[in-house]
Design a protein around this ligand. Structure first.
Ligand SMILES: Nc1ncnc2c1ncn2[C@@H]1O[C@H](COP(=O)(O)OP(=O)(O)OP(=O)(O)O)[C@@H](O)[C@H]1O
Ligand SMILES: [Mg+2]
Length: 328
């Protein structure tokens, strides 16, 4: 097949064409699988995006777009544009991406399926205050829609109203996003990858091991733990394949598949969960079209399930093609 790997370029790399490492990994893998592969990186230029696609005429776009220009939510309209252009692509479409990126809407869909989630309140500048019941401190305050732990840090856990309102204001101002305050769920943290459409299957759970985390700070994957390689938080956390009794593993996987279905995720995604010591499994978020980098939790879990990287990438392609064949 003729496959175009579509990716974003942030403003720093607009001219250097330095892509996210996942781009060359996926492109190389697709080539090895026998496809004719091109890479299209766009910073925020719609005309360039359309022209690039018209020139390449791919049978399939492998969609690794995470933002568009400086718009961190731009991945959503890009999939809408692909739909309008009649181009087939991997992963979720605009509707599915919107649902899972809005952590408030996500909860409403989870509620219908009776899946547990932290109780919450939303503070939006445009809309009225919205809450899903009485909240108990401490609360965890994060942006409603931004991902990659943007806006999540040492101050995210708040113990009183003053600190809560301070975080809310900071998120609204700095990230131009509504703020979401959630009850803090103390417990083990798991990431469960899911693959599939008609019959989605969960991969084995990955656990975040916080053993080396500094004392006295809440054990959360904040922006330091995720991205700041020199920090104690980064060094103190690692993702490992979870060691679990079969029954618990099966329960985590069931919740993940139920959440994936509830959000209508397509092809692949990852569900972030917390497990309390009384056995409650809470969905923190659903990541449609999650990060596919070779050392990501998703790829790690796939490998543990016997899908090495080439087979994982091939599976994503096959799922996307089958899904779109069925629709036509
Ligand atoms: N209600 C909560 N209770 C406890 N910890 C939480 C809660 N919400 C978030 N966290 C912690 O913060 C981290 C990031 O939160 P979340 O996954 O919602 O944000 P994100 O920025 O969308 O992350 P990602 O990079 O996975 O897209 C979680 O992995 C978890 O460690
Ligand atoms: Mg997360």
């Amino acid at each position: 097949m003729k496959i175009t790997v579509l990716t974003y370029l942030d403003s720093d790399n607009e001219n250097s064409k330095e892509y996210d490492p996942v781009v060359s990994q996926v492109a190389r893998t697709l080539r090895r699988l026998g496809h004719r592969v091109s890479v299209l990186g766009v910073h925020g230029d719609v005309k360039r995006l359309i022209a690039g696609l018209s020139r390449r005429k791919p049978d399939l776009v492998f969609n690794l777009m995470e933002m568009f220009g400086d718009n961190v939510f731009g991945d959503i309209p890009v999939t809408g544009l692909l739909d309008l252009l009649g181009v087939r692509y991997t992963g979720s479409g605009p509707g599915e991406l919107y649902l899972s990126q809005d952590k408030g809407l996500t909860k409403k869909l989870l509620a219908f399926e009776e899946i547990l989630y932290p109780r919450y309140a939303i503070f939006s500048r445009q809309a009225a205050f919205e809450t899903g019941g009485n909240l108990r401190m401490p609360l965890f305050v994060k942006p409603l829609r931004s991902d990659a732990s943007l806006g999540i840090g040492g101050k995210s856990l708040v113990h009183d109203a003053a600190a809560l309102m301070e975080r809310v204001a900071a998120i609204q101002k700095e990230l131009d996003d509504a703020a979401l305050a959630e009850e803090y769920i103390e417990g083990r943290e798991f990431y469960v990858g899911v693959l599939g459409n008609a019959q989605p299957k969960a991969l084995p759970p990955v656990e975040v091991d916080f053993t080396g985390f500094p004392e006295g700070v809440p054990k959360v994957m904040d922006s330091k733990a995720k991205w700041d390689e020199g920090s104690k938080e980064y060094k103190g956390t690692k993702s490992v394949m979870a060691t679990l009794p079969d029954e618990l593993r099966a329960r985590l996987q069931k919740v993940a598949v139920d959440a994936y279905r509830a959000l209508r995720v397509r092809d692949y995604g990852r569900v972030d969960l917390r497990l309390t010591d009384t056995g409650g499994i809470y969905v923190l978020e659903v990541n449609a079209s999650c990060y596919l980098e070779k050392s990501s939790e998703f790829a790690m879990a796939a490998a543990a399930a016997g899908l090495d990287y080439p087979r994982l990438i091939e599976e994503v392609v096959n799922l996307a093609i089958d899904r779109q064949k069925r629709r036509r």
